[in-house]
Design a protein around this ligand. Structure first.
Ligand code: DCP
Ligand code: CA
Ligand code: CA
Length: 369
């Protein structure tokens, strides 16, 4: 059987930590924004985590010392902020959730990148993949407010280099027949695994571009770098990469928590709040097409102690009514057992199963005939 060519995407969020900061404070948008890791030794000791593109024009980028960034941005309206991992993580989760649905298989790599195998979804067509990528960009822009760059290619290696080649807000499609031409003039350090030392070693062999590496005798590469690395360099330079997109799991639970308008022991007041949380949780449930079996409620009391109660529902379900009933039951019981007033309430579901609606219908059809 002939293997169909794959269509792979790499999504990489633009200047991610700094873009998150712009998202929660749009007034930052036109100013240089620098997100830094402050080591705390002196006010300016530490390094730049990332910077928006306004700041990059002044030569500010990931990894440089903060004092240097300050110097380069002297006289501008630059804003320096400390990293807020938790917030970036939240935004990242939202985007990843939105992207998953577009892929046959989905592999998250770090906080701001993901590979999507979309071969089936686009029936192997790179034109359709380009449209799909544009649709994804628009949807995430609308739903979350974040821009990203996409590379589309016949494998992960090409998709990644394609995404890097046009940023920010880029969309770069490299069809199988374009791979060699696309790679040939790029410097060798654009290949994964070619750092400064390796690039220097290749330079000594007269190899500067990926094209030169592709044409270089593979046996000699093996002599210099060893068999595995030599073969890898040869294949990579020729745009050959068979690594599959490996499905990565999703968060194992979904939870929402919120502060009550006033401290209370009134079940109705609690349930009014949890109803909002449940609605939100249910949305995510439907989006992810999963069902749950475990329900927990969380109560943060006026003395800030955290209590929780949980129960397992009879069958795995995505039914919002089952969730509502379970939450009500748990809070009824909880209020009967504690005396303090509640300050914040939370709802959490877990023990997920994939909802295979299509398949279920088919099986029940066959069973009933
Ligand atoms: N990061 C970091 N330190 C580094 C590199 C990155 O803390 N030396 C963090 C901050 C980045 C995030 O990781 O926002 C993602 O890294 P990227 O390399 O993808 O860089 P950006 O997303 O910031 O910019 P780009 O638009 O070039 O992708
Ligand atoms: Ca990245
Ligand atoms: Ca990025």
């Amino acid at each position: 059987m002939l293997m169909q060519a794959r269509v792979i995407m790499l999504v990489d969020f633009d200047y991610f930590f700094a873009q998150c900061e712009e998202l929660r404070n749009p007034a930052l948008k036109d100013k240089p924004v620098v997100v830094g890791v402050y080591s705390g030794r002196t006010e300016n000791s530490g390094a730049v985590s990332t910077a928006n593109y306004v700041a990059r024009k002044f030569g500010v980028k990931s990894g440089i010392p903060l004092y240097l960034a300050k110097k380069r941005l002297e006289g501008t309206e630059a804003v320096f902020l400390p990293v807020d991992d938790e917030f970036y993580e939240q935004i990242s989760d939202k985007i990843m959730r939105a992207l998953r649905g577009y892929a046959d298989s989905f592999e998250q790599v770090g906080i701001d990148e993901a590979y999507l195998d979309v071969t089936q979804k686009v029936h192997g067509s790179f034109e359709a993949a380009s449209d799909l990528a544009q649709k994804m960009k628009n949807a995430v822009k609308r739903q979350v407010g974040i821009a990203f760059s996409v590379g589309v290619g016949p494998n992960k290696l090409v998709a990644k280099i394609a995404a890097d080649s046009q940023k920010p807000d880029g969309l770069t499609v490299v069809k199988p027949e374009e791979v060699k031409g696309f790679l040939s003039l790029l410097p060798v350090n654009r290949l994964l695994g070619v750092g400064r030392k390796t690039a220097a070693k290749l330079g000594e062999l007269g190899i500067k571009t990926i094209g030169e590496l592709a044409r270089y005798d593979v046996q000699r590469l093996m002599d210099v770098f060893g068999k595995n690395l030599g073969v890898y360099f040869h294949n990579a330079a020729n745009g050959v990469d068979n690594e599959p997109v490996k499905e990565t799991g999703e968060a194992e639970s979904i939870s929402r928590i919120s502060t009550l308008k006033e401290n209370t022991r009134d079940l109705m007041v609690v349930l009014e709040k949890t109803d909002q949380l449940i609605e939100d949780i249910h949305k995510e449930l439907v989006q992810r097409n999963i069902s749950f079996k475990q329900v927990a409620v969380i109560a943060i009391m006026t003395d800030l102690s955290v209590r929780s109660r949980s129960k397992t529902v009879e069958t795995s379900t995505s039914d919002v009514e089952v969730l509502r009933r379970a939450v009500r039951e748990l809070f009824e019981k909880f209020l009967g057992e504690s005396e303090l007033e509640i300050r914040r309430v939370g709802v959490k579901i877990s023990s997920f199963a994939k909802e295979e609606a299509e398949q279920k219908r088919l099986t029940s059809f066959f069973q009933s005939t």
